[in-house]
Design a protein around this ligand. Sequence first.
Ligand SMILES: Cc1cc2nc3c(=O)[nH]c(=O)nc-3n(C[C@H](O)[C@H](O)[C@H](O)COP(=O)(O)OP(=O)(O)OC[C@H]3O[C@@H](n4cnc5c(N)ncnc54)[C@H](O)[C@@H]3O)c2cc1C
Length: 295
Amino acid sequence: MKPPPFDYLRPHTLDEAVRALQAAAGEAKIIAGGQSLIPMLNFRLLNPGILIDINRIAGLDYVRPRADGGLDIGALTRHHTLETSDDVRQRFPVLHAAMQHVAHLAIRNRGTIGGSITHADPAAELPLMMVLLDAQIRAVSPRGARTLEAQDFFVGALTSAVDEDEIVTEISLPPLPQGAGWAFEEVARRSGDFALAAVGVVLHVDAGKIAEARLGVMGVGDTPLRMFEAETILFGQACDEAVIDDAVASVRTAVEPATDLHASADYRRHLVGVLARRALRDAWRRATGDQHAGN
Ligand SMILES: Cc1cc2nc3c(=O)[nH]c(=O)nc-3n(C[C@H](O)[C@H](O)[C@H](O)COP(=O)(O)OP(=O)(O)OC[C@H]3O[C@@H](n4cnc5c(N)ncnc54)[C@H](O)[C@@H]3O)c2cc1C
């Protein structure tokens, strides 16, 4: 299918892009990698009067290590750059692992982190990573710049908190605790497909007990979700099978998956529990070096 007709602007500065968005008064769409926007145009799900192509704006494509151990990532950074970045692999191995599951190489060569999180697909890996890693997302508009917490950024299926005249410019990831264990588990029907469900875990262990637990899920609701009750169950415990049982039960209770063409709600609820169990065991092993934990 072909897209409806649209005007096209390729600004060279952020200021120019912001002014164009303002002038379009809601009729414009930003285009970054185009890997989600163009299919939506082709299916006639969107009909913008003008596309504002941000690919020629310098200084939006970077992975920048911070002195505190975190990373700043420009909104135009391609998925493939994240997938192959040594800084991402060393500082956020869970993000490195998640990137292996994003679509296919051709799509990863074009798709951007800013586009993926703004598109806010409930089954996309980067939104889950933002929520798991407590990302801060910066955006500019005619009203100036603001920073959004990942927890407030994803407001519904294919809906983010980005206003129609805003441009996402940077994503900041605060550092993880030294030596934190991590795991990413996903099931999709075929390699490169969107996930049926996925789970990300980060565990910081101190003196044999969990000092910080993060457990995020996606594919089982309209947005990626942190499982705060399960995190509370894990806190202060050794991650044995009884504790994992309680955390998994809490996850299954907390999620509200939908039935769709790909899977029933019951299947997704079961699946997310299985993935949470695997992820908790792996994260605990990585945090403690205990090769015999779980099975
Ligand atoms: C066949 C196929 C399989 C895929 N599989 C997966 C998968 O398994 N996992 C996954 O996560 N994704 C998958 N994707 C989506 C892919 O990752 C997209 O690249 C991504 O979702 C959107 O990024 P983009 O840069 O292409 O954004 P675009 O398509 O250019 O834009 C997407 C939306 O974000 C807005 N936008 C883009 N950049 C900005 C910005 N800086 N500020 C404000 N708004 C902005 C656009 O206006 C648009 O509304 C798949 C896509 C295809 C075609």
